[in-house]
Design a protein around this ligand. Sequence first.
Ligand SMILES: NC(=O)c1ccc[n+]([C@@H]2O[C@H](COP(=O)([O-])OP(=O)(O)OC[C@H]3O[C@@H](n4cnc5c(N)ncnc54)[C@H](OP(=O)(O)O)[C@@H]3O)[C@@H](O)[C@H]2O)c1
Length: 231
Amino acid sequence: MSERTAFITGASKGIGLALATALLARGWHVVAIARHTKPLTALAHEHGARCRAISADVRDADALHNVVRTHLAAPRRRLHLLFPSAGLASVGPFESMPPDTWQAMIDINLTGLLQTVQIVLPHMAEGGHIVIPGSIAGATGFANWAVYSATKFGVRGFAEALRQEVRPRGIRVTHLTLGATATPLWDNVPGAWDHRNMLSAEAVAAWVLHILDHPESGVEDLRLLPPTGML
Ligand SMILES: NC(=O)c1ccc[n+]([C@@H]2O[C@H](COP(=O)([O-])OP(=O)(O)OC[C@H]3O[C@@H](n4cnc5c(N)ncnc54)[C@H](OP(=O)(O)O)[C@@H]3O)[C@@H](O)[C@H]2O)c1
């Protein structure tokens, strides 16, 4: 296939970084967004102009519009994959969680994701794919994850409805229902979490590639859990 381009938020760490790495290795162009782009320096060096590492906050609509104008609209580049992976988990009893803490999760995990999709969508190619990394916490509740869960239930509902809206344009939407995945997201989660019992970010990326390789199958939701269960 001719040149393909992906737009990945949260590309500096974890699942977004694993997917950016895998796509670049396959010859894709990647517009890689995070607030801190230093972790992307090595990738940008290795892949040159195919990897655009851009510092932007998904809460900042102007910054996202700027990125899209410069890297998609001006070069008339159509997008084949959008992977909005920017997110965070702040975990603890809801009753005592500071409002700023839970509001940030809503602003990044939910509003930031919606804003990203809305700004990028006009640049999707026909036959393009929006793959949304959601969570098992968007399908069931876990104590201390109440607001994280609220954002992920929201993201799942958004994906379900968006799919019906963009289907006539030939754009696919896949929601990933992901169980625990060994990424830096867990660094801030209280408790002892054994990363060996989690999915790897590379395994999640490999499933995304598999979905992209099989456009004849309409994968609407893919539920990936560690073999040991939900943790
Ligand atoms: N890990 C899991 O177990 C798991 C399971 C299910 C679903 N998920 C979901 O999958 C997505 C990726 O998670 P992950 O595990 O890969 O997390 P991660 O390793 O912590 O990476 C999060 C990424 O998001 C970026 N980010 C955070 N806030 C941002 C903002 N305001 N604007 C732009 N970028 C921002 C971070 O970079 P900067 O800090 O530099 O901005 C980083 O690149 C999240 O939505 C998460 O909820 C994760």
